[in-house]
Write a protein that binds this ligand. Structure first.
Ligand code: KIV
Ligand code: ZN
Length: 387
């Protein structure tokens, strides 16, 4: 029997923290409806205490979303938790997400506090949040760099205080996949009441390991993954939703599944990119414009014989337009012949050989013109001054 991994989408909260990606309430509501249609289990709608606009966005999303849980962020501060609870009042399934830093780095330099005092604040915040809803998630910020024995103590205490989900964020994207997986395993082995809560992975991408770490966490036993569309998020971003969903589909032998409809992944990626005015890098896994493009002769020849030689996912499975054969100076005869055929020309082998020679002369001269994004590019003489 496969186990469900809950998908907690934080595009509207952590994703929206990206400079320049701020959304207004109407945009947030529109995206929340698409996330619900996509099949995510929890939508983190915002951080209500942070601004009146964000409070209003959470309130409107709470009123309109029927199938997913709507979550609001707060620090371990009573007025934050009250604000989250007030914004979530109309929600069918409200969740308050509260928490505090548990690494010595955060305890000392952010809070000028001690492990004991932080533990007390964590318990108090959880109990306070439980006054408003029985769905309380607690985050142990910077868990990636927290001491495992102390982290286990906090996790056990907040579960005893009423947390039903405990988030283990690798806030700074520091961990290696095996370390993050071992951290989750350590908690499963050392927290006596761990079966009373869901452990959640929330990984940042500072070393490009967010997806790998989240998957390692799920393999170790976490049953919720926090992620964003297109991997948007603070600094280098968060775990990308489309990547975790497809990793779990591709590796069904892991015995883990999500409720997300993969056919909607490309359309929601485009919508988020347009609404947030944040382009998707062409080589982005699953949703990048080159994710199903083949440009070199060796790959094109194999692909034309059998698509699965170079594609582990059919583009239709994730709602992408289709595979593309791009003609470049690295392309081979079979790609050129394929293009002629598509254009309605029938050439014999000798003709294709001759045309291929001509084609290479043209292709070698051609350089893709990328859109200039900055007018302030340094002149080459500045970068490499003459001696
Ligand atoms: O990265 C992080 O630790 C967070 C928490 C607020 C959950 O985003
Ligand atoms: Zn985060």
């Amino acid at each position: 029997m496969a186990d469900k991994v809950f998908i907690f989408d934080t595009t509207l909260r952590d994703g929206e923290q990206v400079p320049g990606c701020k959304l207004n309430t109407a945009e947030k509501v529109e995206l929340a409806l698409l996330l619900e249609a996509l099949g995510v289990d929890i939508i983190e709608a915002g951080f209500p205490i942070s601004s009146p606009g964000d409070f209003e966005s959470v309130k409107q999303i709470a009123a309109i979303i029927k199938n997913a849980t709507v979550c609001a962020l707060s620090r371990s501060v009573e007025k934050d938790i009250e604000s989250a609870a007030a914004a979530l009042k109309g929600a069918h399934r409200p969740r308050i997400h509260t928490g505090i830093g548990t690494s010595d780095m955060h305890i000392k330099h952010k809070f000028n506090s001690t492990r004991e005092a932080i533990l007390e604040r964590a318990v108090a915040a959880t109990k306070f949040a439980r006054r408003f809803t029985d769905d309380v998630e607690f985050y142990c910020e910077d868990a990636g760099r927290s001491d495992n024995a102390y982290l286990a103590q906090v996790v056990e205490a907040v579960i005893a205080a009423g947390a039903t989900t405990v988030n283990i964020p690798d806030t700074t994207g520091y961990c290696l996949p095996h370390q993050y997986g071992e951290k989750i395993q350590y908690l499963i082995d050392h927290v006596s009441n761990v079966d009373k809560a869901v452990l959640s992975c929330h990984c940042h991408n500072d070393l490009g390991l967010a997806t790998a770490n989240s998957i390692a966490g799920a393999i170790a036993g976490a049953r919720q993954i926090e992620c964003t569309i297109n991997g948007l998020g603070e600094r280098a971003g968060n775990t990308s939703l489309e990547e975790v969903v497809m990793v779990l589909r591709q590796h069904a032998d892991l015995g883990l599944y999500t409720n997300v409809n993969p056919k909607l992944l490309n359309s929601i990626s485009q919508k988020v990119s347009d609404t947030m005015r944040m382009p998707v890098q062409p080589n982005k896994a699953i949703v990048g414009s080159n994710a199903f493009s083949h440009s070199s002769g060796i790959h094109q020849d194999g692909f034309l014989k059998n698509a699965q030689t170079y594609e582990i996912i059919a583009p239709e499975e994730v709602g992408a337009e289709g595979s593309k054969i791009i003609l470049t100076a690295r392309s081979g005869r079979s790609a050129l012949a394929h293009r002629f055929h598509k254009l309605g020309y029938q050439f014999d082998r000798d003709d294709v050989d001759a045309l291929y020679e001509e084609f290479l002369l043209v292709a070698d001269r051609k350089k893709k013109c990328w859109k200039k994004t900055s007018t302030n590019w340094p002149k080459p003489e500045k970068l490499f001054p003459k001696k």
